[in-house]
Write a protein that binds this ligand. Structure first.
Ligand SMILES: NC(=O)c1ccc[n+]([C@@H]2O[C@H](COP(=O)([O-])OP(=O)(O)OC[C@H]3O[C@@H](n4cnc5c(N)ncnc54)[C@H](O)[C@@H]3O)[C@@H](O)[C@H]2O)c1
Ligand SMILES: [Zn+2]
Ligand SMILES: [Zn+2]
Length: 354
């Protein structure tokens, strides 16, 4: 039996590289040679330090980690209808039943089937391995101008951000505030700019991340998180606040800043997960006619649409990657992402090792 290496997360801030059999594609499945597999903040929050998640965020012990995978199909099982050997693909990271109402809307993230809903890197093997088995219905075609490391980030981070921004709507009228400048916050700035936002402001607590955000030149201004943030944002927006704000921090105070730094009729989207949020409904929301949206991942048609737009806009998510590691150094990759002293962190293979 041929074997491959794959990384599992025991839940004590370590990574174990183990040997696994190379899987065989059954009906409707494909075998993918992994090319790029990026790390999401959720991997650190729910799995790496300890196994915190429940239900859809519950990591099953011993699963190969990684829910941001992109690679090339090396073998198709019988019954595949669209994709073929050699195709470059992104894997929408949740496999759903395909038949419940949420799956029919393309939101397999919200699939209601306890039996068939399984997320790659959580309840079924993910991308931190040399090969990965996926269902053909979970694939999104990755066109040539985009690299595999561009594609990997679409699988969760960029897909999630695009969905959140589409929910609140972004155009050239808008000043946009982003709180939490991890990879998701940086993606929010990159996509908001491409969608036309005329001013983009960022708030972050870690100095290393403030420096990275400034170096990447994605924001008009970046502030250190603190009690003056609302006043700082208002002073840049004629005293009114931003039209749109996006929380990518999951921090209670940053969420409140998103709400209070938004002007009347403003729209706010919460993307950062976990934690809590306290605000006073009347002054903070009701009297200023504001709307707060929640947004969880995206649907598969929007992911396809995002890939098309990335090509049209000529932007590359991989520019957010500050560190690339080969699979045998996967432990360093997770430790670095957990430290926060980085932009996006990727585990890469073959031509993506550069
Ligand atoms: N909604 C979804 O579908 C979805 C999908 C993917 C990721 N997420 C979540 O999005 C969040 C961001 O993901 P990431 O990969 O960038 O994670 P991350 O943990 O690297 O980034 C979060 C950033 O927020 C910063 N932060 C903390 N407190 C802050 C404060 N008071 N003000 C400003 N910034 C503050 C942190 O320093 C960090 O840089 C995570 O919570 C992740 O779980 C949600
Ligand atoms: Zn994720
Ligand atoms: Zn379903």
């Amino acid at each position: 039996m041929k074997t491959m290496r794959g990384a599992i997360l025991p839940g004590n801030s370590t990574v174990e590289l183990k040997q696994f059999p190379i899987p065989y594609p059954e009906h409707g499945e494909v075998l993918i040679k992994m090319k790029s597999s990026t790390i999401c903040g959720s991997d650190i929050r729910c799995i790496y330090h300890e196994h915190l998640g429940k239900g859809p965020e519950g990591y099953q012990k011993g699963m190969i980690a990684g829910h941001e995978p992109a690679g090339q199909i090396v073998e198709c099982g019988p019954g595949c209808r669209r994709f073929k050997t050699g195709d470059r693909v992104i894997i929408y990271h949740i496999s759903g039943c395909g038949l419940c109402n949420d799956c029919r809307r393309g939101y397999m993230i919200s699939c209601t089937s306890e039996k068939y809903r399984r997320a790659y890197g959580w309840q079924r093997d993910g991308g931190m391995a040399e090969y990965m088995l996926a269902e053909e219905k979970d694939l999104v075609f990755l066109p040539e101008p985009l690299t595999y490391s561009d594609g990997a980030q679409v699988a969760c981070g960029f897909g999630t951000v695009y969905e959140g921004l589409e929910k609140i709507g972004i155009c050239g009228n808008d000043a946009v505030l982003v709180t939490g400048l991890g990879p998701v916050g940086l993606a929010a700035a990159m996509l908001a700019r491409a969608m036309g936002a005329s001013r983009i402001y960022g708030i972050e607590v870690l100095d290393e991340r403030i420096a990275i955000a400034q170096k990447m030149n994605l924001f008009d201004a970046v502030f250190k998180a603190g009690p003056d943030n609302v006043a700082q944002i208002r002073s840049l927006t004629g005293g009114h606040g931003v039209e749109r704000s996006v929380d990518c921090s999951a921090n209670d105070k940053a969420r409140l800043t998103c709400i209070q730094a938004a002007r009347k009729w403003g729209k706010i989207v919460f993307i950062g997960e976990g934690g809590t949020c306290s605000f006073q409904p009347s002054p903070d929301i009701i009297h200023d006619q504001k709307t707060i949206y929640g947004s969880w991942v995206t649907n598969i048609w929007r992911m396809e649409e995002l890939v098309e737009r990335l090509v049209r806009w000529n932007i590359h998510p991989e520019t957010l990657i500050t560190h690339r590691f080969p699979l045998d150094r996967v432990s360093e990759a997770y430790a670095l992402m957990a430290s926060g002293k980085c932009g996006k962190v990727a585990v890469v293979f073959d031509e993506e090792l550069k």
